[in-house]
Design a protein around this ligand. Structure first.
Ligand code: PMP
Length: 425
């Protein structure tokens, strides 16, 4: 029996694996990973953006080993130095005034906590979410996820109203200029609020991740913010994919929409732990402290994950990896655009920093082509490159999100493999 057979026999069917012959990764280094058959791959998906800086980064490995040799325990009930240190650093970086930080173990749990806070603070469970969004897989996070591929659970505890704006590439407003697009989305939001009472919050990813790396025009959420503020509605920015400089120009995705201030609540996860499970929520004290009963996360903020987070964050800042994401990501997008000019199946190459999407359609049409996307994924793997896929249109978007330390030479190498893969598929 192969490991894949054993996986199928015991793991739920809805845990989907990439590739017809799924890969078992055995180790990694820098921007590369190796599988159990000894193949080496350039990693352009960073383990779904969990490897923020680099694989097997010695600084992170040492911090984890040192902490493991001292004590591994939960974060609750006792003072926890690495947790307080990381919370102080994230609070300072967040842009949120008088910030408090609560650590969880995943992005899902972070968004759950954000909903807990927003609904308690506003005494309402009416939430707005964006069409095509993804916020996690718990009972409440699924219910605010607009991407149909991920929302099979019915009877969700929260029934959100969906706002237009997260996806620009298709739909009624697709052809509008930036300015008119923002106006149309704001009008949609105002209209919706005219029919709805007591909304607690709007939750949004500044750049939709699972939804296919779609980015609204800069300033959309600032324009929303102005309307939300008038109604006292909180804005939750889900930075699980966009945080830590991933988008190049900004440390957080919300900073492309900063005219009317930071979000009321920010959630993060994935990359900060460089593979260790860290999630969290940042909010100003009056919102964070609105709960009137105890609430803990046993493993959220555990010293071993916090040690990883501190070492990883130091490496990111000391090596200006957000700047690297901007520079190398800019080159990579240009190169992929140049390659795609001659590939009729490519509808669009889009992105910010090292968050790049390539949307595929049936040549000559505007019809999403998930079959081609899977074929390119397989071909890239054969060429020694791991990429991701996503999108609201039947997973027809190839997603590229390498570790932020990607070099120019590696970007070139990956682009060449993509060229072959796109041509062959
Ligand atoms: N929010 C966003 C934007 C995400 O992309 C994800 C994960 N893909 C989550 C939340 C959920 O995070 P996790 O899988 O760590 O629960």
């Amino acid at each position: 029996m192969t490991l894949h057979d054993r996986h199928r026999a015991v793991i739920p069917d809805w845990v989907a694996l990439y590739y017809q012959r799924p890969i078992e990764l055995t180790h990694g280094e820098g921007r590369h990973v190796w599988d159990a058959e000894g193949h080496r791959y350039l990693d352009f998906f960073g383990g779904i953006l969990t490897t923020m800086t680099a694989h097997a980064l010695p600084e992170v490995t040492k911090a984890v080993a040192d902490q493991a040799a001292r004590i591994i325990h939960s974060s609750t009930l006792y003072l926890n130095r690495p947790m307080v240190e990381l919370a102080e650093r994230i609070a300072a970086l967040s842009g949120i005034p008088d910030a408090r930080v609560f650590f969880t173990t995943s992005g899902t749990e972070a968004n759950d906590t954000a909903l807990l806070l927003a609904t308690a603070h506003r005494r309402s469970n009416q939430v707005l979410a964006m069409r095509n969004s993804y916020h996690g897989r718990s009972f409440s996070a699924v219910s605010i996820t607009g991407n149909r591929a991920w929302t099979t659970t019915s009877l969700s505890p929260i029934q959100p109203l969906y706002v237009h704006g997260g996806v620009r590439t298709r739909g009624p407003y697709a052809e509008l200029s930036d300015e008119r697009f923002i106006k149309a989305c704001v009008a949609d939001l105002e209209d919706l609020l005219g029919h709805t009472r007591d909304v607690a919050a709007l939750i949004a990813e500044p750049v939709q991740g699972v939804g296919g790396f779609t980015s609204p025009p800069d300033g959309l959420y600032a324009a929303f913010r102005e309307v939300l503020d008038r109604h006292g509605i909180l804005w939750i920015a889900d930075e699980v994919q966009t945080g830590w400089g991933r988008t190049g120009d900004h440390f957080w995705g919300w900073q492309a929409h900063a005219e009317n201030g930071p979000p009321d609540i920010l959630t993060f996860a994935k990359g900060i732990g460089n593979g260790m499970s860290i999630g969290g929520v940042v909010a100003p004290a009056p919102i964070m402290n609105c709960l009137d009963a105890n609430s803990i996360s046993t493993f959220g903020g555990s010293p071993i994950t916090m040690a990883a987070g501190n070492a990883n964050l130091s490496y990111l800042l000391e090596h200006d990896l957000p700047g690297n994401a901007r520079r190398v990501g800019g080159l990579l997008i240009e190169r992929l655009r140049a390659i795609s000019v001659n590939v009729p199946a490519v509808r669009e190459v889009r992105g910010r920093g090292l968050m790049i999407g390539i949307e595929l359609v049936r040549p000559g049409t505007d019809e999403a082509d998930p079959v081609a996307a899977s074929a390119v994924l397989e071909a890239a793997r054969e060429g020694g490159l791991l990429i991701g896929k996503g999108g609201g249109h039947n997973t027809s978007v190839l997603r590229i999100a390498p570790p932020l330390s990607l070099t120019v030479a590696e970007a070139e190498e990956g682009a060449s493999i993509m060229e072959q893969a796109l041509r062959s598929a």
